[in-house]
Design a protein around this ligand. Structure first.
Ligand code: URA
Length: 230
């Protein structure tokens, strides 16, 4: 938003008066006096008028080691939600980027920076998401080729993007997908006659679940992790 518009929206001054106020050096952005009313300001930057803070929203970027059994939702009458694993003051601020099913564990990203998470998870980004998968039946040698070709989802009328399966044992594999469709991994295995019994997200793009984080714990993303999505 432009600075003059921001001042008129967040004070009792008109748009025109805001421009004069800015020109007279009464407004600072991130601690510096700004005279240019057309300056575009970020929604997280500190803006003050005559030393009165009009906006300061700290930005949060977290990774959470989601335990199985927790819903990726803000509240639910039946099941515990991932928000309950966070300190109370953060719960109402954050949203979940790239939800996981209740039974899925692993890397979940939470932030209050909507632009950042939209950029990270929007389909055209084709972000690789890596899952450790355990199956009920032995994984067929043809599964990898089927996933690489793409699996047709009749309900949506789409074919999934080529995915990479690395078989680790009879019943275990590491799967990289480039979309985030509803129950995608489970439906892909279902399409080849198998059943996922455990699913764990290891990474999203270049953000990898920290091995030091126990199930249910969270930490702030590092500047490099935040930057990797820009
Ligand atoms: N695919 C699924 O089926 N479930 C998840 O939670 C994530 C990907």
């Amino acid at each position: 938003m432009r600075l003059d518009r921001f001042i008129s929206k967040n004070s009792l001054h008109s748009h025109q008066a805001s421009r004069l106020i800015i020109a007279s050096g009464r407004v600072s952005v991130a601690g510096r006096v700004v005279l240019d009313a057309r300056m575009e300001i970020d929604r997280f930057v500190a803006v003050s008028l005559d030393d009165i803070l009009l906006q300061q929203q700290p930005v949060h970027y977290l990774m959470l080691h989601k335990p199985a059994g927790y819903l990726s939702a803000t509240s639910d009458p039946l099941h515990p939600t991932v928000m309950e694993l966070l300190p109370a003051p953060l719960r109402s601020l954050l949203h979940i980027g790239g939800r996981l099913d209740r039974s899925t564990s692993g890397l979940l990203i939470l932030t209050n920076d909507g632009l950042w998470s939209r950029r990270l998870f929007e389909p055209k980004t084709k972000l690789p998401k890596v899952y450790a998968v355990r199956t009920a039946l032995p994984i067929c040698p043809t599964t990898s080729a089927r996933f690489a070709e793409g699996i047709h989802f009749a309900f949506e009328g789409i074919t999934t993007s080529p995915a990479e399966l690395i078989q680790l044992s009879d019943h275990e594999a590491r799967l990289t997908i480039y979309e985030g469709r509803y129950h995608q991994v489970k439906r892909m295995f279902h399409a080849v006659g198998n059943v996922v019994t455990a699913l764990h997200r290891e990474s999203v793009g270049s953000i990898t679940l920290d091995p030091l984080l126990s199930s249910g714990d969270f930490r702030n993303l590092t500047p490099a992790e935040i930057q990797s999505a820009n």
